[in-house]
Design a binder for this molecule. Structure first.
Ligand SMILES: Nc1ncnc2c1ncn2[C@@H]1O[C@H](COP(=O)(O)OP(=O)(O)OP(=O)(O)O)[C@@H](O)[C@H]1O
Ligand SMILES: [Mg+2]
Length: 335
């Protein structure tokens, strides 16, 4: 299907040689190498619908980049299958390349010694983009990413944040329905990060692109993603919406309300506990595993009581994700 990503039981292992320490160790390794197998990605399945932005999250070494490399056709899986816009990426790299754009924040796809604009021109020729279309698209990218102040500079002289913005533009110049972004905001200052997020939102909402994104920045996840897939030690441990994950692992919210009438008898709505009450000041928290989200609780409290003031505190997403890594073991799929 155009724009969809389907991943089925995808696995990838690497064979490595274990190096023994010291000189004699090195000699022994040479004569009798000790082999080890690293299961970088094990039996991962998920889908991304056309026009959806999914965040692929996990600690360092979890297998995120390896997954993206298989979906972009750079690596072949050990087993399992993947389809990107209907194409098996590692079997038909060329056709896949026309359907996807990819940014690896750690490494540029641009020509190191050329000014950025020349790289763009080469890509235009490779993908046979008509001149006028190319110009329109460049203008659209420049409007949000502000590239023109440095796009005549050689790539090697760009700062990290400038270079990654150029990489983003380069990845989208041929108008691909699917975009892979592996740490696209690495090294960016807060203003530029916000620019890039706006750019990505525009690409998803206005252009209908499907985006698979990895990041270690939870603010980014909150701003951009509705759904996340969590991997740990190569395995998928969770697939769900942010709301579902928060409900399951981040149930540490509080709703603080000031009641209009201090003598109201407070019987909280189902799934909500009354934590404290001092005169008109009441504090509610989640009660049990089926507790509502903080926003649902807020609505329930306002509907049930006449309040003159209300505020919420909520666990930040970093805490929620930390809890999810710890508690969602392999096989505990679904939020
Ligand atoms: N070519 C390779 N040879 C051997 N091991 C590899 C190779 N590529 C990746 N690995 C190992 O596979 C595991 C997953 O690596 P991967 O780069 O996918 O992690 P990641 O989730 O992208 O981490 P990070 O957040 O640090 O970018 C790591 O333990 C890594 O050392
Ligand atoms: Mg990585």
């Amino acid at each position: 299907m155009i724009g969809s990503i389907e991943v089925r039981s995808l696995s990838r292992s690497f064979h490595t040689t274990v190096r023994r320490p010291g000189f004699t160790g090195a000699l022994r390794s040479l004569v009798n190498p000790e082999r080890a197998v690293k299961h970088a990605v094990s039996d991962i399945s998920f889908d991304v619908a056309p026009g959806e932005l999914l965040a692929l999250l996990g600690p360092n070494g979890a297998g995120k980049s390896t997954t993206i490399k298989m979906l972009t056709g750079i690596l072949t899986p050990t087993s399992g299958e993947a389809r990107v816009a209907g194409v098996v990426p590692y079997e038909d790299r060329e056709r896949n390349a026309r359907n996807i754009g990819a940014v690896f924040g750690q490494r540029t796809q641009l020509w190191w010694d050329l000014p950025v604009r020349e790289s763009f021109a080469i890509l235009r020729d490779i993908y046979e983009v008509p001149m006028a279309e190319h110009a329109t698209r460049l203008k659209e990218f420049d409007d949000i990413l502000e590239l023109s102040s440095f796009w005549d500079t050689r790539v090697r002289h760009l700062s990290l944040g400038q270079r990654v913005r150029c990489d983003l533009a380069a990845a989208l110049l041929h108008d691909p329905p699917v975009v892979f972004l592996d740490e696209p905001t690495i090294g960016m200052d807060v203003v530029v990060k916000e620019q890039v997020r706006e750019f990505l939102r525009h690409q998803v909402e206005q252009r209908g692109r499907t985006v698979l994104l990895t990041t270690h920045d939870m603010t980014e996840v909150e701003r951009l993603a509705e759904r996340v897939v969590l991997v740990n030690h190569g395995r998928l441990v969770l697939d769900g919406t942010l709301d579902e994950i928060r409900r399951k692992y981040g149930s540490t919210w509080q709703v603080r309300a000031t009641l209009a009438d201090a003598h109201t008898e407070v019987v909280p709505p189902p799934g909500i506990a009354l934590l404290r009450q001092e005169g008109p000041q009441v504090v509610f928290g989640p009660d049990g595993p089926d507790a509502p989200t903080v926003h649902q609780a807020l609505k329930a409290v306002i509907e049930r009581y006449e309040v003159t003031g209300i505020a919420i505190d909520e666990a930040d997403l970093e805490d929620v994700m930390r809890a999810a890594y710890v508690h969602a073991g392999p096989g505990a799929k679904g939020a």
